[in-house]
Every structure is written in C-alpha cells, then in structure tokens.
Design a protein around this ligand. Structure first.
Ligand SMILES: *Cc1c(COP(=O)(O)O)cnc(C)c1O
Length: 374
C-alpha cells in the first residue's frame, strides 16, 4: 500500500500524459509556450481569478508574491507556526521577520484570535512594521478567511494565501487560491494537484501585480525585452513538460479526483470518529484532503500506532513533528513552547493516513480496522 499512490494515477491517465510529454519534445519548445499559457488560463478560470502566474515551485510562488509587495528588512509577516517550513522561510530569506502564530487544534489552521493578539503585540513593541499575513490552507482545508480577512483590513495588512496544500478546497463555493490578495500554490508531486517534478503558481486579480510577477520570475526583465532588466528578480518558471503533465491531471482532478478524496475522507471519518479525534471540517468548508490527519491520545500512543500500522504494511506520516518555533533555524527568536500550546499538542499527537483519489473503500476499511484493533 502507498501513502499517496501516484503509480495508480499514472496508469489511469497514462495515454494523455504520455501524449502531452511527447508533443512537447516534438515541438522543441521547452520553456513557457502554449501548454504553460493554456494551463495558466484554465487554473485562473477554475479558481475564479483574473490571473495565474506559474513558476518553479510553491516556495518560489510565496517568495515572488512577497517580493512583488516589496517585503523586506524591518517588516513583520504573520504566519502559522504549524506548517511546512517554506511558509516562514520565504519571509526570512527576504530579510523580514516571520511572526509565528499558534493554531486552532480542531482545524490545524492559524488561530484568528492568536493572530490578532500577535499583531497587537508587534504594534506595541514598535520595532517592526506589520505588512502581511500568510494564512496556510493546511491539509487541504482553507484557513478561516471569514475571520482573517476582516483582521487584515482592520490593521491594513495584505493577505498571501499559502494554498500549497489547499488547491481544490473551498468555503461556500469560493475556491482556495481566491482568498488572498495573492495566493500561492504548489504542484509538488504529493500535493492535491501535482506534477512530475517541481512546479508552482500564483493567483491574483491585479493587472499590475500580474505584470510584476511575470517580470520577477524572469530576472526582473521588462515585458518586451529579455535583456532590459528593471529590478532584481529570480529565475523561476514552470517547465513546459510539467504543464503538459498537469493539463490531463487537472482534468481528472476536476472531473473525479477531488470527489474521490472526499469519499475516502468520509469513509475514514465514519469508521474512526468514535475512537480518534478526526479532522473537523466546519460548515460550508470543503477540503481537498492533501492529508487526512487524526489526533491520537498522546505521543506514546501515536508512535506505537504508527509502528503497528507499519508492521501491517500501512504507511503513515507525521505532519509535522515540531512547530516552526521549535526549529533550529528559528532558535534565535527564542520562542517559548508556552506561546504555542496547540502546535505543541498537535506535533505530539498527529498521524496522517494514506490519502489519494485511488484509495478504495476496501483499503479505507482495512486501514481503519487496523487502527481500531491496535
Ligand atoms: C509544499 C508546501 C510549500 C512549498 O511548496 P514547494 O513546491 O515544495 O516549494 C509551501 N507551503 C506549504 C504549506 C506546503 O505544504
């Protein structure tokens, strides 16, 4: 059994993926070109935004977004403490300070109350300028934008949605990738919509920012002249081959894969709800189930459960074993565990189960039985 079975997906889509790859090779046009433009248009349309700018990976999508706003030294950017490192690392690499915020334990997403407290704290300290919030759509579920967006407006902050895991999710039909002033996603193979290597994209409704992002992803070039560089940018493009792979994958994602992961998630929930803390999906929220993550009683039980599953041929993962405030890279900020009770608790108890669109009812049943009989 695979944690995320990309082989099964390839078998289902092989004909179209192979044809797409071959067509790019035959065209001898390997950078940008028609497949990339077609993908950008389809993704923007799906998410419900004016522009989609693809790039090299999800980390670059976040960094380019922050660069487009001129975020840098002296700025404070607020993000979740319980996420993949890139949500904060991209803030640091531009010289700004990531202000790490505790989560709500039931959704694993940034706590709006803790967020507002953190903003006030930074304002009172008076050393940094609050500029932006980077809420993360963790495990496929959009963050609580109904609460976060008013806070952003109240304090005059931009919102950069980290939808690396969130693509396909929605709140009352409004899709992930449409909540931030800018929204970034990733096509890393294991994400809800993944390619066969690295890839990423940024969504925006703003024409000027769209043009700036297209320049920044190509060394800050002018729109018309590749050798006329207007500012410092990076080299971050989506390979044409990856766009050709994503086009049939996106079609399957929309047509049935998203529904299939929700069916698998419901299967887990029905079977596990009496025995474990199962992921909460608030009313009106829809997850794309990048991960299905349960909470086990405590660290000892969690580790023993993972071991038991492994002995029975069932892979599982710990997303994430520590909060960002506990990372060596952020030791200099000297952040105490007491500030992050929910992150600390989650890191001890989380266990992510196999999840992908080709997970059958029978497989869900076997996994759930093993979990319960342990
Ligand atoms: C994967 C991920 C990223 C980074 O995406 P890459 O394509 O791997 O660079 C950023 N944020 C979150 C929350 C992620 O899960």
């Amino acid at each position: 059994m695979q944690f995320r079975d990309l082989g099964m997906q390839y078998q289902a889509l092989k004909k179209d993926i192979d044809a797409g790859i071959q067509a790019v090779i035959d065209s001898s046009a390997y950078i940008l070109g028609k497949p990339v433009a077609e993908l950008e248009e389809k993704l923007a349309d799906y998410v419900g935004r004016k522009h989609c700018v693809t790039c090299g990976n999800g980390t670059d999508a976040l960094q380019l977004s922050l660069m487009a706003w001129g975020i840098g030294p002296g700025d404070a950017v607020f993000t979740s403490d319980f996420t993949y490192f890139a949500s904060a690392g991209t803030i640091s690499i531009l010289g700004a300070v990531p202000v790490l915020v505790d989560i709500d334990l039931d959704t694993f997403n940034i706590s709006p109350d803790a967020l507002e407290a953190a903003i006030q704290c930074v304002l009172e300290a008076g050393k940094l300028t609050p500029r932006a919030i980077v809420p993360v759509d963790l495990f496929g579920q959009p963050a609580d934008y109904e609460k976060i967006l008013p806070i952003a407006r109240k304090y005059g902050l931009k919102v950069l949605e980290d939808a690396a895991q969130g693509f396909g999710g929605n709140i009352n039909g409004k899709r992930a990738g449409s909540f931030g002033d800018l929204s970034a996603t990733s096509f890393f193979p294991a994400k809800p919509l993944g390619c066969y290597g690295d890839g990423g994209a940024i969504f925006t409704d703003d024409d000027e920012i769209d043009a700036r992002l297209r320049s920044l992803r190509a060394q800050g070039k002018s729109p018309t002249d590749k050798y006329d560089n207007r500012e410092i940018g990076i080299n971050s493009r989506l390979d044409t081959l990856q766009a050709a792979i994503l086009l049939p994958k996106f079609k399957a994602f929309v047509e049935y894969e998203l529904e299939a992961v929700n069916k698998a998630a419901n299967g887990y929930t029905e079977r596990l709800r009496d025995r474990f803390v199962i992921p909460k999906v608030p009313d009106g929220f829809y997850s794309s189930w990048a991960q299905y993550t349960i909470l086990v009683e405590n660290r000892e039980e969690r580790d023993a459960t993972q071991k038991y599953l492994k002995e029975n041929g069932i892979p599982s993962m710990i997303y994430y074993p520590r909060g960002l405030h506990q990372q060596e890279a952020y030791k200099w900020m000297n952040l105490k565990d007491e500030l992050y009770p929910n992150t600390v608790e989650a890191a001890k108890r989380v266990l992510s189960l196999p999840m992908h669109p080709y997970l059958t009812e029978e497989m869900v049943d076997i996994i759930a039985k093993k979990l319960i009989e342990k």
